[in-house]
Design a protein around this ligand. Structure first.
Ligand SMILES: Cc1cc2nc3c(=O)[nH]c(=O)nc-3n(C[C@H](O)[C@H](O)[C@H](O)COP(=O)(O)OP(=O)(O)OC[C@H]3O[C@@H](n4cnc5c(N)ncnc54)[C@H](O)[C@@H]3O)c2cc1C
Length: 435
């Protein structure tokens, strides 16, 4: 029986703990007060006890088999909902729906030839068996080759810019092919997306309960400061308060964070090889909807400090949220000196509300009942060309040190809840194989 500490109580850490806690002594250490990591939720406590909403917008796809299997094992399948997630594109002063082929044909900046070539690109991605073979070519180069400059300039480039900012030109075609493959799996009426009624908080809470029932321990509000080694192998972790002895550590934190915990370093591990980007995402609770045409996800090409609007209550009913309408204002940043990261919360919200007014002159600020601002610097790897060569292994060169997270094979070429659950399972299997 191994004595295992898992660093991080996001989905990767909880999935690994869920797999291991039956047979081993497992302790999950999470620095935040709440579990869930990137899939964590706000508790809006002025209302009902059960009003949870994710800090960052979340849904999943029918190909997310590990996540759905876990939801099933935890007896939560009754909460699963498959809903048509309507999308739109804001261009030149108005929002265009982009769900049905006819709507796409009517998107003004694209000519018929552009749309034909866009269709060709989608078909090409469906035939790709190994996305890794697209790792060394940039998304931009590949789009230009297959879809031409019309499709690139008027469709993909604004999306790439809003998702990756100054790193957009470096993102690989593998990332794009992976995304288009998943997203193009839609019928004539649009794409169905998965969600857990009441929020993914139910999944996180059920996982934590199940880990505890199996004898696992979960510590929150106290981060790991150092991974302790003795004779070249893991011997424990130092927390803010005290030390835990163990023979095995599974780290789920980003590589740069791991490097700061494992001084003087891990042989063969370059913590800077994978670049991460940050997210700045506001959530507004409103007395009325913003996108009255029912759009769930709106991509934006306009001079505003955000790249997408996601109206959650055009996806799930507002009645699940005390009748309030929930709008995410989403934006990514590449550098830690970006104003989205450095400005005060009120200033960012003010910038975002100004942007909303620019897009929707009828937007009524008094409809905003409350807001939250989520900001994290390390929220997603940037899938640059050559990324596949930097994927981190589940087992490291240090005895007893294992890794699982957004940087793992399971999360290539895009990170997801499913990928992190699978990474957690894979790391757990590697521990079992080697113990
Ligand atoms: C804006 C946004 C939107 C997203 N939308 C979707 C979506 O629609 N669908 C989807 O499938 N996925 C989505 N994702 C991705 C998904 O949320 C993540 O891939 C997944 O939750 C990552 O889980 P993880 O456990 O690997 O990492 P994390 O969730 O980052 O967990 C790592 C944990 O480690 C903790 N930690 C860090 N340092 C320490 C320390 N020193 N000691 C202890 N604990 C520490 C952190 O607090 C964190 O809880 C989205 C992510 C973001 C940011």
């Amino acid at each position: 029986m191994s004595n295992i500490v898992i660093i991080g109580g996001g989905l990767a850490g909880l999935a690994a703990a869920y797999r291991l806690s039956d047979e081993h002594h497992v302790t999950v250490v999470e620095k935040d007060d709440a579990l869930g990591g990137m899939a964590q939720s706000y508790h809006i406590d002025d209302h009902t006890d059960d009003y949870y909403i994710e800090k960052y917008y979340h849904h999943f796809f029918s190909s997310d088999t590990e996540l759905m299997g876990l939801i099933d094992e935890l007896g939560l399948t009754g909460r699963l909902q498959w809903v048509r997630g309507t999308t739109g594109y804001y261009w030149s002063g108005r929002a265009y729906p982009m769900n049905k082929p006819l709507e796409i044909l009517k998107f003004p900046p694209m000519s018929l030839l552009d749309i034909f070539r866009l269709g060709l690109l989608v078909l090409r991605t469906k035939l790709v068996r190994d996305v890794r073979s697209y790792d060394d070519i940039t998304a931009g180069e590949w789009i230009l080759k297959i879809a031409g400059s019309g499709g690139y300039n008027n469709f993909f480039q604004p999306l790439l810019n809003s998702k990756f900012g100054s790193n957009a030109d470096r993102v690989s075609a593998a990332w794009l092919v992976g995304r288009v493959k998943i997203r193009s799996n839609r019928g004539a009426e649009g794409e169905r997306l998965g969600y857990m009624r009441g929020g993914f908080q139910h999944l996180i809470a059920a996982l934590a309960d199940s880990i505890r029932e199996r004898g696992g321990r979960i510590i929150t509000g106290d981060g790991v400061k150092e991974i302790l080694m003795e004779g070249g192998r893991v011997s424990g972790v130092k927390l803010e308060e005290g030390t835990l002895s163990c023979d095995t550590v599974i780290s789920t934190v980003p590589p740069l964070t791991l490097a700061s915990l494992a001084e003087p370093g891990i042989p063969g591990f370059d913590p800077g090889a994978i670049h991460y980007q940050g997210t700045c995402c506001a959530l507004l609770g409103m007395s009325k909807p913003l996108m009255t045409d029912g759009t769930y996800w709106l991509n934006i090409k306009a001079d505003v400090p955000f790249g997408a609007l996601i109206e959650h209550t055009n996806f799930m009913p507002a009645s699940d949220y005390a009748g309030e309408h929930l709008l995410y204002i989403a934006s990514y940043f590449q550098d830690h000196d970006d104003p989205l990261y450095t400005l005060g919360q009120e200033e960012v919200i003010e910038m975002f509300l100004d942007g909303l007014e620019k897009l929707y002159p009828d937007f009524d600020r008094s409809a905003v009942l409350w807001w939250e601002l989520g900001r994290d610097a390390l929220t997603a790897p940037v899938y640059e060309t050559g990324y596949a060569g930097h994927i981190l292994p589940y087992r490291t060169n240090i005895d007893g040190l294992y890794l699982a997270g957004m940087f793992s094979e399971a999360n290539y070429p895009e990170r997801s809840m499913n990928g992190s659950v699978r990474a957690g399972y894979e790391a757990a299997d590697a521990v079992v194989r080697n113990s």
